[in-house]
Design a protein around this ligand. Structure first.
Ligand code: SIN
Length: 281
């Protein structure tokens, strides 16, 4: 049996084991997120910036505690359509025997059509199917680094228009498309904490690459999306258990929820934290 490889996150003591050598970790121990002090929160944010995906098992918290925790991470996006049934900070992620599809299928980065698209997302799962319902994650830094230097250089000159067709408020029927903003972002962005460069186009939101004509844009995006989907060595996969919490940093990560468990029920709650205007430096 392999001994878990333990490391420490940056300046603070967060021990973890690696999901893959460069991408994704599981935090060790049974410490509860709701008991984290400010130093641990900072270390968690830094570790997400460095490793992309953080998995924590056996996390017990109520919906209101998750909403309160969201404010410790930054400014949460709101879901006014919850109408008091859930705190506005929470987005219900649910599929069951009545579902024809599930949220989050298809590779995407959360709400990239926002002017300041999300940094961290935090998904807490309460009900999981007996098997299936995994979430796949792809490291957009490694995907970018795997491209030829010539294509990397070209991509760094481009911008993409992100439209809200994948926005949770549009998909839930709470808003019309014309009530939600579109935004133009660089095709390659730098992470504000690490400086790492990552590919920042995703099939869930991007309409077109601004500097190219429609056919060129379609061909280039298709090449890049294939690279995301097929680069299995740039990916990790999380199998959920009840009370698993996963954080991912949308600046450098895309994800894809597998909907392979119908008619079983899968239910969780996401909080999504506003980021900053993406830049390439
Ligand atoms: C999402 O946030 O896109 C949903 C992810 C999931 O259900 O695993």
């Amino acid at each position: 049996m392999t001994t878990p490889h333990l490391q420490q996150a940056s300046s603070y003591q967060l021990a973890f084991t690696c999901l893959t050598p460069k991408f994704g970790v599981t935090l060790s121990g049974t410490r509860q997120l709701v008991d984290f002090d400010d130093g641990e929160i900072d270390a968690l944010i830094q570790l997400a910036a460095e490793r992309g995906v953080l998995v924590m098992r056996d996390q017990h918290m109520s919906a209101q505690q998750q909403a309160d925790f969201a404010h410790r991470l930054g400014t949460p996006l709101l879901s006014p359509a919850n109408k008091g049934k859930l705190p506005d900070e929470l987005l219900l992620i649910q599929a069951n025997e009545r579902s024809k599809h599930a949220a989050g299928t298809g590779w995407h980065s959360d709400v990239s059509s926002a002017i300041k698209p999300p940094g961290l997302s935090m998904l807490r799962m309460e009900v999981v199917p007996e098997s299936g319902g995994d979430t796949l994650f792809a490291d957009m830094r490694q995907v970018f680094a795997a491209l030829s230097p010539t294509l990397q250089a070209f991509l760094q000159t481009l911008h993409a228009r992100h439209d809200p067709r994948g926005h949770y408020l549009y998909l839930s029927g709470a808003k019309r498309l014309d009530e939600l903003p579109s935004a133009q972002h660089p095709v390659v962005r730098s992470h504000p904490l690490t400086g790492d460069r990552a590919l920042y186009v995703n099939d869930g939101f991007v309409g077109k690459i601004v500097e190219l004509d429609r056919a060129e844009s379609k061909a280039l995006l298709s090449l890049l999306y294939d690279k995301v989907a097929y680069s299995v060595s740039c990916q990790c996969r999380v199998q959920w258990q009840p009370n698993t919490v996963v954080f991912w940093d949308n600046r450098i990560v895309q994800h894809h929820a597998a909907f392979d468990y119908w008619p079983a029920t899968r239910r969780g709650y996401r909080v999504t934290i506003e980021g900053e205007e993406p830049v390439l430096v």
